[in-house]
Design a protein around this ligand. Structure first.
Ligand code: UD1
Ligand code: MG
Length: 449
């Protein structure tokens, strides 16, 4: 097995994003771009990963530690070009690996198979290998200059002749280097060019001059699209969503209108789940076998048990745990709450920081009042209980198994098991009083038309 070092360049300024956030932290499918790149590197079998970040990019370092704690972070103090950035990870290169792959933190669509294909020429003795692609508009990309089918150089747009600019095959950016030659090749790169930068792409001509060979592997533009602007971020999102939808359809999920369902990279589905149109899945969702997510629901950080029904127009927020067969209906919000099997919250309710026992029915318009303006408090409801319509449960409060809460109650005291609790003003009927009241109020007015 050839040992692989992946170096991820993420020191970009990302000025065209017009954002306070470092570019590589912008999300695609609910996950920062750099996290997708790290996923691909690890899935491709990297023995070691080094990430090169810009100064003041502590947030990028924190994200790298979260996704890949084993990765090593290097800071490129000054932005002097892509070869200069790779050399910021010199300490990792010096440890000696068979293959070195350079990836960009703003290229989130790269798949592990693409990395494997890029490495293939190295096993056949090439000193360097690059990924070629044919973008609809090659402006701005380095062009792959070939002679007799062999790659001889990469010419950056700024240095390219008119003839070279006409070349359609472009450099995707990812590069594989023979680990034994890498430091020598990188050390020979200079900054004698239009941008006065150390171009990683010069390594191709340098390797050739030293008698080495450079391989090219051509890939689909979709796999290597880079993100420099919000428009390109949206394009990358669209490609990623298409891939995720195809994957879940293949895994046995019914998406009634796939193009209207938005998934996160980690959304997990069991078999025979049905997702109706216009549903949005944020990060951290697991939906089990046979559950149905009805139209216009928003689900994030939630677990939906087998056979449960959610929506239409439901919102599940982080920490929503729905057991088997639970029903959560229209205009219901659930946050940080466990609903045991068979529990039902069908209409117009908020259940937060709560636990609801098995087969308990929560009536329309029920609100758990979990926040006093300073702290959150829990509501605990037992099994087989019934909470009448339009009740307020003022937490902290508990409702025992089998208890019954009268409609329109404001519950501030714990309710024992099997008790009936009514917390509302008693109704008073005054016979004939409405007619007398009407007569008094209308005295002296013209009759209504
Ligand atoms: C680069 C390639 C070009 C290729 C294109 C594909 C070079 C010289 N050119 O051009 O052939 O067609 O990518 O998108 O490599 N970075 C650093 N530190 C630096 C400079 C760059 O970390 O000092 C990082 C950036 O954050 C980015 C990546 O390297 O992730 C590429 O840099 P960028 O300036 O976008 O290069 P391009 O001009 O796009
Ligand atoms: Mg770029």
């Amino acid at each position: 097995m050839r040992q692989l070092l992946v170096i991820v360049l993420a020191a970009g300024e990302g000025t065209r994003m017009r954002s306070a956030r470092p570019k590589v932290l912008h999300a695609v499918a609910g996950r920062p771009m750099v996290a997708h790149v790290l996923d691909a590197a690890l899935e491709a079998g990297a023995a070691h990963v080094a990430v090169v970040i810009g100064p003041d990019h502590d947030a990028v370092a924190a994200e790298v530690r979260r996704v890949a704690p084993q990765a090593e972070v290097f800071v490129q103090a000054e932005r002097r070009g892509t070869a200069h950035a790779v050399l910021a990870a010199r300490a990792a290169l010096e440890r000696g690996f068979d293959d070195v792959v350079v990836m960009y933190g703003d290229t989130p669509l790269v798949q592990p198979e693409t990395i494997a294909a890029l490495r293939a020429p190295l096993t056949e003795g090439a000193a360097v290998a690059v990924l070629g692609f044919r973008p609809p508009d090659p402006t701005g990309y380095g062009r792959l200059v070939t002679e007799g089918g062999e790659l001889v150089a990469i010419r950056e747009e700024k240095e390219a002749s008119a003839e070279e600019r006409a070349i359609g095959l472009c450099n995707a950016g990812l590069m594989a280097l023979d680990g034994r030659a890498a430091l020598d090749l990188l050390g020979r790169v200079d900054d004698a060019n239009a941008k006065q930068e150390f171009y990683l792409t010069d390594v191709v001509a340098i390797a050739r001059a030293l008698g080495g060979r450079a391989g090219v592997c051509e890939v689909a533009a979709e796999d290597v699209a880079g993100v420099n602007s919000r428009a390109q971020l949206a394009e990358a999102e669209a490609i990623f969503q298409r891939r995720l939808r195809a994957r879940v359809l293949e895994a046995g999920v019914t998406l009634v209108a796939p193009e209207t369902v938005f998934l996160s990279a980690d959304t997990s589905f069991g078999r025979d789940v049905i997702v109706e149109p216009n549903v949005c899945f944020g990060p951290g969702v697991r939906v089990e076998d046979g559950a149905t997510i009805r139209a216009f629901s928003h689900v994030e950080g939630a677990h939906v048990g087998p056979g449960a029904i959610v929506g239409p127009f439901a919102r599940l927020r982080p920490g929503a745990e729905l057991g088997q067969g639970v029903h959560v209906g229209n205009f219901v919000e659930i946050k940080a709450s466990d609903l045991a099997p068979g529990a039902k919250v069908n209409h117009l309710s908020y259940v937060g920081d709560s636990s609801v026992g098995a087969n308990t029915n929560i009536g329309a318009g029920t609100i758990t009042c979990n926040y006093d303006g300073f702290r959150k408090h829990r509501t605990v409801i037992g099994a087989n209980a019934f909470v009448g319509t339009n009740s307020l449960l003022v937490a902290p409060v508990s409702v025992g198994d089998g208890a019954y809460i009268g409609t329109g109650s404001v519950i501030t005291d714990d309710v024992p098991a099997d008790a009936l609790a009514i917390g509302r003003a008693r109704q008073v009927n005054k016979p004939g009083l409405a007619a007398r009241l009407r007569a008094r109020l209308s005295a002296g007015l013209a009759p209504k038309k």
